[in-house]
Design a binder for this molecule. Structure first.
Ligand code: DLZ
Length: 205
């Protein structure tokens, strides 16, 4: 028997993301890990053909805020207006027309562009267990709420929330491991899952 049964899914089947519109809603807690996950997510979206101008990014303070933001982004309210993928890369150090906050996080922008439906939304957060029950409550409520939004709206919501017991676990799951093995950036899986689920959802109607 193989030593490790748990494996990442096979994402080798290609789905064409060139006509898809994807929103990425991310929390800002644990920024180092968030930035790496976002970079992995965006890289995979683009690798699958999703166009820069069809990726909209919205940041929220913490993971607890993700479900409402995802719901409103899907509903097409003003919250839908966030930074584009290009803007985000600016916030990560490449020159950005939007500027950045003191923490280096891209400044949110309000767009007057007419809203168009999203084919999928990726919700990204990093929860790291502390010494109180806070972690348990947020993990539980956020995972249930994101599932509810997805089932209520019929729009695929990708669960990009790391629920790590230690900082090292979070680093390893974002490709930033401290050892020789840097781990795997789960953001890449979330980007691929979004394109696949968005493609299925279009077919399912
Ligand atoms: C308060 C808090 C704590 C302690 N830890 C985290 C965390 O590890 N990851 C995260 O995304 N957010 C954390 N938060 C903030 C909450 O998610 C939320 O933003 C606040 O409770 C305000 O609603």
């Amino acid at each position: 028997m193989a030593e490790h049964i748990k494996q990442h899914p096979d994402f080798t089947q290609r789905f064409d993301g060139s006509g898809l519109r994807i929103a990425v809603v991310h929390a800002r807690w644990n920024k180092v890990v968030i930035d790496s996950l976002l970079a992995g997510t965006l890289a995979k979206l683009k690798e699958n053909g999703v166009k820069d101008h069809n990726i909209v990014i919205q940041s929220v303070p913490g993971s607890f805020e993700l479900p409402l933001a995802v719901q409103r982004v899907i509903a097409g309210s003003h919250v839908q207006a966030g930074a584009t993928a290009t803007d985000l890369l600016g916030g990560l150090g490449i020159s950005s027309p939007l500027g950045t906050s003191r923490s280096g996080t891209p400044a949110p922008v309000v767009s007057t562009m007419p809203s168009q439906p999203f084919d999928a939304v990726i919700a990204i957060g990093v929860l790291i267990k502390g010494s109180t029950m806070h972690f348990e409550y947020i993990c539980d409520s956020v995972s249930h709420a994101l599932m509810r939004v997805q089932l209520d709206t019929g729009v695929p919501v990708i669960f990009g929330v790391l629920t790590a017991l230690t900082e090292d676990q979070a680093l390893e799951r974002s490709g930033l491991g401290r050892g020789a093995d840097k781990g795997h950036n789960h953001g890449e899986d979330w980007g691929a899952a979004a394109v696949e689920m968005a493609s299925h959802a279009r077919r399912w109607g």
